[in-house]
Write a protein that binds this ligand. Structure first.
Ligand code: NDP
Length: 332
């Protein structure tokens, strides 16, 4: 038997997530690797799944948790054997396939990435899908800058949703690479925290969150945006000639009320970042760069540990934008 969160939806009880005990025999049959979960985490999408605020769960009952780090206990997959340390992000896990907010999981071996040397399972989940997505955003900007010959420190990089999981890790990563980071937040009271992560300046997100002009003063050589909507439109409109914006989130909204002006008049590039179905080689590159390029002291400063049962209450807090940084879940 093992402990897990389980989401059920029935006509009688409605939508409900509760801590429960399950039998290993109940794990999904459509998986070829069984993993003892060491650590999991709570992401924005997990908040949506646990509360039912958005229809991210596509089959019931379902164990939520879009990511985990753990140890293989049994494998029929050629790449994995018992004892291997692995990370899982995305691929519909925690949405249509049972996920990581549990002590055991069974998934497809093709979905797993080896835990890189120098990174332990707790730090991997302190990073979690939010940090891995921040890394994918930074890698897209790095590829763009390499081609354009842009050097770190040659201009400001904007990070929106700065106190969130993606935003806070993006700040630490970009600052670690030598960039001048400007953090946009609705929580100006956390400015010292954001500066300790590496932000050179903290701005009020209200300067970006309302409808703005199609072309604005050129400021950013790059942007990591986890917010979407008017914020993303304004970020594009204020990106410098030839600069790039990496868009991964929708914390403000899914809409994009923008014009083509920044793209056709300033050659701005908008990169879409998806972590869920990203190819294996890109995942491995992202985790390798996270293992070496993320300051562990900063990671520790943004990480809060909670238990499996606490994840239910924390789900509403993450949706309300009340969580600072990352929540790592001790499932054991
Ligand atoms: P968090 O909840 O940790 O952070 C989101 C942050 O956005 C908040 O902390 C807040 O930052 C800011 N924010 C919240 N509401 C608003 C609003 N109405 N207007 C402007 N800013 C707002 O979430 P994550 O960092 O985990 O995820 C961020 C986004 O990225 C989510 O939309 C998530 O779904 C998406 N995502 C996408 C992935 C992909 O594969 N594309 C993978 C992972 C996440 P502050 O308080 O500093 O203003």
């Amino acid at each position: 038997m093992f402990k897990a969160l389980l989401i059920n939806k029935t006509d009688d009880a409605g939508y409900r997530c509760a801590l429960t005990e399950l039998d290993e025999a109940q794990l999904p049959a459509n998986g070829d690797v069984t993993v003892r979960v060491d650590w999991s985490t709570l992401n924005y999408k997990d908040g949506l799944a646990i509360t039912g605020k958005s229809p991210v769960v596509r089959s019931f009952p379902l164990v939520p948790g879009i990511d985990f780090a753990g140890t293989v206990t049994a494998s029929e997959h050629p790449r994995w054997k018992a004892g291997d340390r692995v990370i899982l992000n995305g691929f519909g896990v925690g949405e249509s396939h049972w996920g990581g907010l549990a002590q055991m999981a069974r998934v497809k071996g093709d979905w797993l990435v080896a835990l890189p040397d120098g990174l332990d399972a707790r730090d991997a989940m302190a990073i979690g899908t939010a940090g891995y997505t921040a890394m994918l955003c930074v890698m897209a900007l790095q590829r763009h800058w390499a081609e354009a010959g842009v050097k770190p420190g040659s201009g400001e990089v904007l990070v929106t949703g700065a106190n969130g999981g993606v935003g806070s890790i993006a700040i630490a990563l970009l600052a670690g690479l030598g960039h001048t980071v400007v953090a946009s937040t609705g929580r100006l009271g956390e400015a010292d925290f954001l500066k300790a992560l590496g932000a050179a300046e903290v701005i009020d997100r209200s300067t970006l969150s309302a409808a703005g002009k199609p072309l604005q003063k050129e400021r950013w050589i790059g942007v990591v945006d986890s917010v979407g909507s008017h914020t993303l439109a304004n970020a594009c409109a204020s990106t410098r000639y030839g600069g790039a914006v990496a868009a991964c989130g929708l914390a403000q909204g899914m809409d994009l009320p923008a014009s083509v002006a920044p793209f056709i008049l300033r050659g701005v590039t908008l990169y879409g970042i998806d972590s869920v179905m990203a190819p294996l080689a890109r995942r491995e590159a992202a985790w390798a760069q996270l293992a070496t390029g993320l300051d562990r002291g900063k990671l520790a400063a943004i990480t809060h540990e909670i238990g499996l049962a606490d994840a239910i209450g924390a789900a509403s807090e993450i949706l309300a934008g009340q969580v600072r940084g990352r929540l790592v879940v001790n499932v054991n």
